[in-house]
Design a protein around this ligand. Sequence first.
Ligand SMILES: Cc1cc2nc3c(=O)[nH]c(=O)nc-3n(C[C@H](O)[C@H](O)[C@H](O)COP(=O)(O)OP(=O)(O)OC[C@H]3O[C@@H](n4cnc5c(N)ncnc54)[C@H](O)[C@@H]3O)c2cc1C
Length: 531
Amino acid sequence: MACDVLVIGAGITGIYQLHRAREAGFDVQLLEAGNGVGGTWYWNRYPGARFDSESYTYAYLFSPELFAEWEWQEHFAEQPETERYLNHVVDRFDLRRHIRFGEKVTSAEWDEASATWTVRTAGGAEHRARFVVAATGIFSVPYFPDVPGREDFRGESFHTASWPTTPVAFDGKRVAVIGTGSSGVQLIPAIAGQVESLTVYQRTPNWCTPLNNGPITAAEQAQLRADFEVMQATLNTSSHGFLHQPHDRATFDDSRDERWAFYEKMWNSPGFTKLTSNYTDLLLDPAANAEWCAFIAEKIRGIVDDPATAEQLIPRDHRFGEKRPPFVTGYYEAYNNPNVSLVDLQRTPIVRLTEDGIETADGVGRRFDIVVWATGFDFGTGALLRMGIRGRDGLALTDHWADGPRTFLGVQTAGFPNLFFPGGPHAAAGNNPRYNGDQVDFVTDALTYARDHGCDTIGATAEAEERWTAMVDKGAAMAPSFGECSYYFGTNIPGKPRKYLLNSGGRPKLFKEIARVLDTDYAAFTLSRSG
Ligand SMILES: Cc1cc2nc3c(=O)[nH]c(=O)nc-3n(C[C@H](O)[C@H](O)[C@H](O)COP(=O)(O)OP(=O)(O)OC[C@H]3O[C@@H](n4cnc5c(N)ncnc54)[C@H](O)[C@@H]3O)c2cc1C
């Protein structure tokens, strides 16, 4: 197959890229490793999987008609609804006929003479394209810790991020969940009431706060539609891509009573507001952060009946916001069920999996019917580095990024012309589709610019890449609250370079730099004609 633009990945970013590039008049095809549309919302179908972003702020905003016709059921939709929504979008905009499912890309090689990419898939297919847009996601490569005997376990085992399409029968089963990150803490309360026993293996606890979800009432549905344009304008310009407004006070501007009343308000507010609308110095002043954490610890002690379990659930190794904070429904309450128990892996690490269970360092062996790995992802660079990408002069991306990703705007890397990766490392942070969408809009503009100027190749210069990468690394080193203990820095993967994988300048820096590219007639890129 040959086309102008080959998109890889049918998640929310790739679908939008397919739509935008087609709209701009390109011949576009999309390859997807999975057998359906949705990306994150196709693979992560474990019980309890749902948004932490408000549904209507996560959805596409490019079509007022699409926005008006899709009625989200809940403020924070569950996975099946989001998967249905993305399928609806694909059909509504007649995109499905451009998508090939079950096509996992295993190599992509640049040919200078023809100014094209040759892309090969696991099934042996070969595709040629002038431009490749890898919308392969930052949470798309599940990670398994290196635990001896993982393959020996004879019961059923699942990773939350490659969940089967047929329901898993948990009823009356002895279940182990390994990991208490954002996925584990959604899954645990969703199955606790169903299983015979649930044993949670926790490496480090997280600062979990309530999601405060609820159905969207008819009046709210009407208001959302009436407010569409204002909401679109807010979301298109907000630094984090949410509707939440920042607070106007620092912690110690308020008395203790006022602070506790404010924390209570935060605790009862929806999702990410605890981060985006909290006191302005939450991430800047360690004392401010410590007090908010003390408030959450007090809540945990108030909810969890067993004091020893409560203490084990309180984080000691990081501040709020230093890792991605999970938002939960009934998580701490789940530990009050007599069939739920917690194993602290700091004290008693897993030694091995056996045929019928898990053995820990205290010599205890527990038997299970099902083991669930909620152990996260090779975040940021995982998918791109596994795709066999080779650019100019055969340069392998794995070599170019041996010390961590190097990008310009989080969309291109020098030496790999005509390859774009919106939604990859160095993008921004916050409500993902908003800044991934900014990147897709920019990529579409760049493709159009190259075509309209009669150019076959477009590639970020080494200087532009150096400038953006230095900005990311410098910003990450400066932020006082952000230690290097999270997947943001790749520290969950042994041996991975400790480099910040998001964009520490956030969406404002992205806007500024894109404006500069447009104002300077693409000076940060080299454009040329082949032949
Ligand atoms: C459980 C969970 C909940 C989340 N909740 C939120 C939230 O509330 N708010 C938020 O902003 N973000 C959330 N995220 C982050 C989420 O990943 C993004 O919001 C968004 O879905 C990313 O979309 P994407 O299209 O960029 O990537 P993905 O959705 O990851 O899609 C990438 C696609 O590329 C495909 N692919 C990868 N490699 C290859 C290859 N070699 N060949 C072919 N295909 C390939 C994958 O199969 C996948 O379908 C969540 C993530 C998870 C895991």
